[in-house]
Ligand binder design. Sequence first.
Ligand code: HPA
Ligand code: ZN
Length: 338
Amino acid sequence: MDMLEELRKLPKAELHLHIEGTLEPELLFSLAKRNNILLPYKNIDEVKDKYLFQDLQSFLDIYYNGTNVLITKQDFYDLTYAYLIKANQDGIRHVEIFFDPQSHVSRGVEFKDVIEGIYDALEEGKKEFGISYFIIMCFLRHLSQENALEVLQMALPYKDKIKAVGLDSSELGHPPSKFTELFNKCRENNFLTVAHAGEEGPASYIWEALNLLQIERIDHGVRCTEDPELLKTIIQKNIPLTVCPLSNVKLKVYQDMKEHNIKKLFDLGVKVTINSDDPAYFGGYLLENYIQCQNELGFTYNDLCDISKNSIEASFLSNSEKIKLINEINNLKQKINI
Ligand code: HPA
Ligand code: ZN
């Protein structure tokens, strides 16, 4: 069988995707030109040479720098629409995308332009490709809780466009407990909650995200294996992990794809999903992450069917929408196994 084609056909949900992390060097250059912004790179090849990272922080420095070219509503629209074209090519049927409002409003960009540009593109993608979506607003954990609370106020008029809130940026030294009050306020406003935890940070940060922020899913979470009690809780409570394999290798959470623990987590019964995180920076979109898991970690087609089912189950879609997509996966799986 043509594995690439079969994996492409599987209905998949992408649940861990920073829209600012889909800014390809080509679009970076064209937006810089459109907005008269001087880039610290001469050409596209020079940009790609810079995309070699030692850790999360060395990536974030370059990633935030890239966001400087995003200014108008049209910029956010173009960025999001370009991602949806790729998502469609990869067989993605549902996306829950993160955006980082603080990295834009701090530069004088209007919150309205950010959310409306992203929203309009997602609506267009829904019409054109049939890709359903939710938007997740992430807070930058290296900034203060007060700053996050101010941005939450800006977001409230657009509450109906935002399904959930998350927590991202530099993890070490910024534990989830720093944002307990913020997340309480978010839940009072009916936002669902997720948080990055256990990417570079220790297992204790995952406990805090679960117990203090009361999150629905853990973003990354791969360091949960360092605490047997935590691992047991995650399995028993069926808490999903949005794992990003290529990202973890590029940011040196693992030195090599063969060292990644996602297959171990899967075999232990953890509800793991595969995601691309910041695909313009990490060398591949969602399907490439699936393929590398198959090639390097020994996931079979049936395993990857189960992972795509996990992605649907772990999404914020309604039960009836989940059932439709899961039935499609079951039918494809059955055909292959006859
Ligand atoms: N971790 C934390 N913050 C981020 C990431 C990530 O992988 N990508 C974009 N912001
Ligand atoms: Zn992330």
